[in-house]
Structure formats: C-alpha cells, structure tokens
Design a protein around this ligand. Structure first.
Ligand code: NAD
Length: 304
C-alpha cells in the first residue's frame, strides 16, 4: 500500500508543543502538510504560558525541511488559531483538537475553579477551534476533525470527574458535528488515546509508560483525517499498538404498557429483559429510539 500523504493540505494541531500533539505535528509535516503548531506553553495543570514549546516544534519541522508556523493562543481563542492557518497558508483542511490539561482531585474536594478550567480548555477549546474552522470547511466542501476524548470520559476515573465530564463531551460533540458535516464532506471522529506524556507521567508508572509512545497513536489519526477516509462520527481507542472502534450497545429492553400499570414493580418484573445483552442492538441516532417505539406500536409511524 502506498504511503498516505497530505501534500498541499493545512493541518492545525492544538497543544502541539509536546506529547501527542507534537507527534502529530512532526508526522503531518513529514508527509507534506503545512502545520500550525499551537501551544499555550503552560504547565499540565494549566498554569502559566510561554512560546518555547511551540517554537521548538516549529524549529524541528523546519530543520527537517517541512512547513510550520507557531501559534501561542489558548484554545479558548480558537478563532485566532484558525486565523493563523489562513494568514500563513491560506486554508485549513484538518483540525486536531488535542490541547488538554488535568486538574485531578476527588469530587469531595473539587473547587469550582478545577471544574471550570477543565471545561474551558477541553470543551470550550474544542468548540471554539471547530467553530472557527467550520465555515472554511463548508465553503471548500472538505474538512477533517479529530476530537480527543479519554478512557476517563468513557468509563469514569477516580479523581477525574471534571476531566471525565469534559472528555465524554467530546463524544457527543463529535457525533453531532459528524451528522451536520457529512453532506459537506466534513468528517469528524473522536479518539480515546493512551500515550506516555507529561500528563500521564503523573498517573502511570514509568515501566508502563515505556510501552506507550505517542508515535503509536499517530497512525490511526493519520488514517482518519486522510482524504480517502469515509468513517465519521465514530469513537476509537488507540495506544501501545492497540487500535479498536467502540460503539454504544443497547440491551433487549422491556416494552411495557405506557399507562398506570407502568409501576416500579412492573419494571422489576421485566428486569431480565432490561439488562439482557445477549442480542444487542447498536443505536446510532435519536431516530433509532423513535423507530423502536414505532415498531412496537407505541408511536404513530411516519411511513406512508
Ligand atoms: P501533554 O500535556 O503532553 O500535551 C498537551 C499540550 O496541550 C501541552 O503541550 C499544553 O501546553 C497544551 N495546552 C494545554 N492547555 C492549552 C490551551 N488552553 N491552549 C493551547 N494549548 C494548551 O498531554 P498529552 O498526553 O499529549 O495530551 C494530549 C491530549 O490527549 C489531551 O487532550 C489529553 O487530555 C488527551 N489524552 C491523553 C491521554 C494520554 O494517555 N496521554 C489519554 C487520554 C486523553
């Protein structure tokens, strides 16, 4: 199979001064793309800022003969980051919403600031960048977006309720952008990566991290944002050589009469069906739920 290339394309990578973002930036530049290397340059807890992190990555790309420009704005100002792409390269084709921080603390001890900052960087940040890129994508009928979730968001993680909430938000955000973007050839997917970085250095032992290079997350992202890709609105977990798609699963479920007989006791009597995953369904939209109710004669059907 020939090598996937991105010649003539412009890739914006947020949080590209280190970790996964740096690995993405170096890769896409090495495969022909012009890259906007965005990084606020603060600590992994979101304190401080600086230009060095982004500058070092830009220097490395340029030394290797690639094209890159730095941007030092917080993703909360996504419009400025996308403007950097337009000013420097005249377009944007790919947006990798990757920037992130942690404010780990038990729910009992969480302060509003810990919650708000995580929401600002992850949720507001992904929104602002995608919002600014969207008109360009629609106009050119081409765009690729990767949002970054986390196993913490999909499954929960002790001491990370702020981060978990922000990361699962990426899933709903992506699923809706995918639906709205499809007819304009704007494809949006979400990854739950695992990789050694300064972020994971705080929560994983060194011997585990040795087996989790960011470079092993990059190839999946490369596939998903390539022009040949057709997948959209999907969730993937990736890291340490493992790549797998995830999806929602619905149990058999119970259909009860929607009248006064629908009591807690009536649900308990059908509990085995409520939790029966022996023949699961894989819903992919609100319409799936409505169709199920129509099928059971619970709603008038729209079919002629
Ligand atoms: P990292 O700390 O190495 O990289 C994150 C980068 O984002 C840093 O360079 C930081 O300066 C930058 N950044 C932080 N706030 C910013 C802001 N407001 N504006 C612009 N840049 C900002 O961490 P990483 O592990 O490479 O994480 C990358 C992404 O992957 C994050 O969204 C993280 O939540 C997610 N993630 C990582 C893992 C993992 O195992 N490493 C697991 C799940 C999710």
């Amino acid at each position: 199979m020939s090598e996937l290339r991105y010649d003539g394309q412009v890739v914006v990578v947020t949080g590209a001064g280190g970790g996964l973002g740096k690995a993405y930036a170096l890769f896409f530049a090495s495969r022909g793309a012009s890259v906007v290397v965005n990084d606020l340059g603060g600590s992994f807890k979101g304190e401080g800022q600086g230009t060095k992190a982004a500058d070092l990555v830009v220097d490395e790309i340029k030394k290797a003969g690639g094209k890159a420009v730095a941007n030092y704005d917080s993703v909360e100002h996504g419009d400025r980051i996308i403007q950097t792409a337009i000013d420097a390269f005249g377009r944007i084709d790919v947006l990798l919403n990757n920037a992130g921080i942690l404010r780990d603390i038990s729910f009992k001890n969480m302060k509003d600031d810990d919650w708000d900052l995580i929401m600002k960087v992850h949720v507001q940040g992904a929104y602002k960048c995608a919002r600014a890129a969207w008109p360009h994508f629609r106009k050119q009928k081409y765009g690729r977006v990767i949002n970054t979730a986390s196993a913490a968001g999909l499954f929960g993680s002790f001491g990370q309720c702020n981060y978990s909430a922000a990361k699962l938000a990426q899933v709903g955000f992506t699923e809706t952008l995918a639906k709205e973007g499809q007819k304009y050839n704007i494809l949006c997917n979400v990854i739950a990566p695992i990789a050694a970085s300064r972020m994971t250095a705080t929560v994983m032992p060194p011997d585990v991290l040795e087996n989790l290079k960011p470079d092993w997350v990059v190839p999946l992202v490369a596939v998903l944002v390539h022009k040949s890709n057709v997948e959209t609105g999907r969730i993937y977990e990736v890291g340490g050589g493992h790549v797998a798609k995830l999806r929602w699963q619905r149990a058999k479920g119970a259909l009860l009469k929607a009248d006064d007989s629908m009591t807690p006791g009536a649900i308990l009597a059908k509990w085995n069906d409520v939790v029966d995953f022996s023949q699961p369904e894989y819903p992919n939209g609100v319409a799936d739920m409505v169709a199920k109710l129509e099928e059971a004669g619970k709603l008038p059907s729209n079919e002629p």
